[in-house]
Every structure is written in C-alpha cells, then in structure tokens.
Design a binder for this molecule. Structure first.
Ligand SMILES: O=C(O)CCC(=O)C(=O)O
Ligand SMILES: [Fe+2]
Length: 275
C-alpha cells in the first residue's frame, strides 16, 4: 500500500490496495490515514454495492441519511445524484455531513457510479490545518464556545432544498434536527484540535442570537477556507473517496449542467464530540 498526499495539508491518495479485499492491518492503516489527512482517495476500485456495504460494516456502523433518496435495492446506500435536466446538486456548498446530529456521522464512503464528461470535482478543506492557522487572538475568542447546528432550514418543508429541483426527491421533510457541539473539538482518535463549525448547518453560538453570531461565524469560515487547507478530487470511473466529517468540510462542484452524475454514499456512524 502506498500513500501520496493530494495537497500539503489535506487528503491522501492510497494505491496498491483493493478496498473490497483488504486485510485487517490494511484497514487499520486506511482508517488512521483518513483520521489524519481527512480524506483518502482510491482509484480503479472494483467495488460493488455489496462490497460497499460490507466495507462500511467492517469499519463500524452505518447511519442512514434522513433526506437523500435511498437505493431501492440497497437501503444502506444513499443516492447523491443530479439528472441532466436538474440545476441543483447535492452538497454544492461547503459543509460537513450530519453535524446537526448530536452524535454526528464519522464520515462517508462515496463511490462514483455515473460521471459527467468533465467537471463534478469534489473539494475538501482540513479543519485541523484551519484551526492551526487561526490567530492566537481568534483561538482565544473561540476557546470554550459551543455552537448550535441544525438542518431544518436546509431540508425541512419550505427549506432551501425543498425550493429547488432536488425538492421532489427529498425524504424527511418533516424531520426536526438540532445539536450542540464545541466550536473546537478534539479528534476522537488522533486528539488533534479541529475547528467544528460549518457554513451549512452551524447557525449560531450558544448564548447568542443568529445576528450576534454571524460576524464570528463568517470570520471563521473565511479562515477555514484558506486555499492551502484544501484539496481537490477529479473523479474517474472506479474512484472511491472516504472522508472524516470531523476533520474536514467538503463541497461538490456543480459545473456539469446537462449531464448526469450519480454517486453512491454510505454514511459511517460516529461518536459524541468533546472539546
Ligand atoms: O457528490 C459529491 O461529490 C459529494 C456530495 C456530498 O456532499 C455528500 O455526498 O455528502
Ligand atoms: Fe456532503
């Protein structure tokens, strides 16, 4: 197994391993690499839906996403898709999956099934690198702060997605979510300090209104999205990406209008987060 960084501070490409048939020690090394680098990319994988589910179960538990359509044959698999006539994609803004859950998903395993002729890249940003690069003054201001996360304004009836052409495919429009997490968490496995707010689901700091929270949220967002915290993946047939939702944010480029893109996602169960 060989590991090559995708960018100086985020992402690693892992070659020389078949995800469907990896050994326990390879699995352990893959997990550790993802905890550290935030996302790992595997090329030329022969990875059926059955392999996808078996690998996720080997890693730990599977969380079923409440909103995206599920594969009718494999309900553990969420379909992240955009049809040629749709304008809106899923995940087309910086976010981390499931931070609106009190026990947020550890990560996701995304498999390319249908790709546009070009475009549709995915970007990740490393929140450990983001935290490290904050000024001492900013680090002090967020020390001990907690934030409230919810998906209600995004996925609920009348929310952002319901108003788009993805709305008719959306499940769970009656689901209510809300969770409180520290603004700076320790990675449960590596212990590294990570900035844990995101633009999609973090709506305010605890003890503050949305209006009071916005200036600091925007300052943190700007700091988090420094170019040098990021990496970019150009998908190819057979590409699989596995990311850590605590360590990273991600953003799916929506630059392939008129073409289909379909990805299979399994969401991995996580654990409660602490400062
Ligand atoms: O389609 C992608 O590249 C990622 C979409 C996304 O945000 C997700 O699957 O969580
Ligand atoms: Fe996502």
């Amino acid at each position: 197994m060989e590991m090559t960084p995708m960018a100086p501070k985020c992402g690693v490409e892992i070659s020389g391993v078949s995800l469907a048939g990896c050994s326990d020690s390879e699995m352990q090394a893959i997990k550790q690499a993802i905890y550290e680098h935030g996302v790992a990319v595997f090329r030329d994988q022969d990875f059926s839906p059955e392999d996808h589910i078996a690998f996720a179960k080997r890693w730990g538990g599977i969380d079923i996403n409440a909103y995206f359509p599920l594969d009718p044959a494999f309900p553990e698999i969420a379909l992240v898709k955009k049809a040629p006539d749709q304008q809106t994609n899923i995940g087309g803004a910086w976010h981390t999956d499931h931070s609106y859950d009190q026990v947020p998903a550890m990560g996701s395993i995304l498999v390319a099934r249908v790709l546009p002729p070009s475009g549709g890249d995915t970007l990740w940003a490393h929140m450990g690198a983001a935290y490290d690069a904050l000024s001492d003054e900013l680090k002090e201001r967020i020390e001990g702060l907690e934030a409230f996360h919810t998906a209600d304004h995004v996925y609920k009836e009348g929310g952002i997605y319901a108003q788009t052409d993805q709305g008719s495919d959306l499940r769970g429009q009656d689901v209510t979510t809300g969770a409180v997490h520290p603004v700076v968490i320790r990675h449960p496995q590596t212990g590294r300090k990570l900035l844990y707010v995101n633009t999609a689901f973090t709506i305010r700091f605890v003890g503050q209104t949305r209006e009071e929270s916005l200036p600091l949220l925007m300052e943190l967002t700007q700091a988090a999205l420094r170019e040098d915290n990021q990496c970019r993946l150009e998908w190819k047939p057979g590409t699989v990406a596995i990311w850590d939702n605590r360590t990273t944010w991600h953003n799916a480029m929506n630059d392939y209008h008129g073409h289909a893109r379909e990805m299979h996602r399994i969401t991995l169960t996580g654990e409660p987060l602490a400062a």
